[in-house]
Design a protein around this ligand. Sequence first.
Ligand code: SAH
Length: 261
Amino acid sequence: MKSRSPGLVSLVGAGPGDPELLTVKGLKRLEGAEVVVHDRLVSAQLLDRAKSSARRIDVGKAPGVRRWPQSRINTLLVAEARRGRRVVRLKGGDPFVFGRGGEECEALVAAGIPFEIVPGVTSAIAAPACAGIPVTHRGLASAFAVVAGHTSAPLEQLDWAALVRVGTLVILMGRARLPEIVALLLRHGMSEATPAAVISHASTGLQQAARGSLADIAARARELGSPATVVVGEVVDLSERLAWFTPGEAAGPTAREGVVA
Ligand code: SAH
C-alpha cells in the first residue's frame, strides 16, 4: 500500500451558535474537510457547510450522557490524519477557551501530526455582546476574567478574593451551580446589589436573557436552559440601553432540533 503523508488537523472555533459567526478561514477549512469531528453545541447549519462526502463524527455529549473520553478523541484525530485526511476538529466558541484544545494539540505534537488553530468567537465575549453587555467599558470595567463554573476541581479552589476585584466576571458552565457561585462572590465581599445577567443560547433564535443583581439572579434565571453564560459586574446595567438582539431575526438555530445534540 502506498504510504500517504499525514494530513492536517485544523482545530476550528465554531463561534457561539450563529453559523455566520464562524470565521472566513474556519469556513474554508470546513468546506475542504474530509473528516469533521465536532462537539454537541455545533449547529446543524454549520455542519451542512462541509461536503456531503465528508465524514461527520459527533464526539459531544448531551448533559448527563456519556461522551467520548478525551483520549479517544485524541486517538481518532491522530488516526484520521495518519490516513492523510484533512481533518477539521470543530469546537464551540474558541478552541482554547475551556475547550480542551490544548490537550488535543499536545496529542498531535506527540504523534508528529501537522496541525493549525483557527481561533473562534468565544461565547465568553459574544454571549454578553448579544445581550448588549460590553465586557469592558470606560469608567465601569477595565478588566474582565473568564471563569469555569464547572470543573473537575472544587470551585472553592479558585482565587475568589482576587476575582471579585477584577471588574467584569464572565462565568462559563456556571448555570447549574449559580447559587453556589453567587454565595462565593458574596462571601468574598461583592455586594448583593452587583448587577448580574444570564444569557442562554446566545446569538441564536433561542436566545434568552435574565437580568438582576446577585440577590436575585439565580431565581430570575431559573427558567433559562443550557448553554448559558453568567455575567457579573457594573457593565450588565448597560444592557438596559444597549440590548439590540432580536432572536426572531437570528441566523442561527431557531428550534431545538437545530442544535446538534
Ligand atoms: N470554547 C467555548 C466554551 C466551552 S465551555 C467558547 O469559547 O465559547 C461551554 C460553555 O460555554 C457553556 O456551558 C456556556 O457557559 C458557554 N456557551 C457556549 N455557547 C453558548 C451560547 N450560545 N450562549 C451562552 N453561553 C454559551
